[in-house]
Unconditional design. Structure first.
Length: 230
């Protein structure tokens, strides 16, 4: 509008002037930034937890477990009170005494033996069992290292792995290369020792100890119940 040659401009309210618009306070901006950073940390932590590798004991087998159909049976040792569950369709109870039992693979490839003693000397039990191996049947034994994550019935123990040439008893055939492990664990004043062997497999799935029946033998080793367990 023009009044007497002078321009009168409409007055703009201060809230519409860009320089006069209200700003977030410095403290509030810092609070929002801190909240965003905290949320980002939570998200990254959650992703890291979900993505982290889970380490499990190897026992006899470190390879993937197959879909073995199980028909379970059990052996119970009355003297020491432990029970061994085993897949009776692929393992047979070949013998037993007051201390333990022997299980043979149904196809004749390998055996796993359980025996128990009083006490808690795990290292001594492994050494004793290795020393009792019949060297006329297991010839040229070579130690290949410890059994990582050795455990019996989920009780952590110790173990040693070997390679050898197995000579069938009574001249029943030619010698074959085998893998052999000896493990022991102790609980409640009882030590259980496991000795297992089977043909030496070269496929990576039989690593690291080479027993081609390692996954089969893992079943009774894992499913050992100590006295007082149910």
């Amino acid at each position: 509008m023009i009044h007497g040659g002078i321009y009168d401009y409409p007055v703009i309210q201060s809230r519409y002037v860009p320089g006069n618009q209200p700003h977030l306070s410095h403290l509030r901006m810092l609070a929002l930034a801190a909240g965003a950073i905290a949320l980002l940390v939570v998200v990254i932590t959650a992703i890291a937890v979900l993505a982290r590798p889970i380490t499990q004991p190897c026992g006899i087998s470190c390879g993937p477990h197959g879909g073995l159909r199980i028909q379970a049976a059990s052996y119970t040792n009355q003297r020491f009170g432990y029970t061994v569950e085993y897949p009776q369709n692929v393992l047979t109870l070949a013998g037993q005494d007051q201390n333990g039992a022997q299980f043979q693979a149904a196809d004749g490839d390998g055996e796993i033996d359980f025996t128990a003693t009083s006490g808690s000397d795990v290292s001594g039990a492994v050494s004793a069992a290795a020393g009792n191996i019949d060297t006329s049947q297991f010839q040229n034994m070579q130690q290949i290292g410890p059994v990582r994550g050795a455990e019996i019935g989920l009780v952590l123990g110790q173990g040693t792995a070997y390679e050898a040439s197995f000579v069938p008893p009574n001249g029943g055939g030619q010698s074959v290369p085998v893998g052999l492990v000896v493990m022991a664990a102790s609980r409640g004043g009882v030590t259980i020792t496991v000795t297992a062997f089977s043909a030496l497999g070269t496929d990576v799935k039989f690593a690291p100890y080479g027993l081609d029946k390692s996954q089969l033998f893992d079943f009774p080793v894992t499913n050992t119940l100590w006295k007082g367990q149910s």
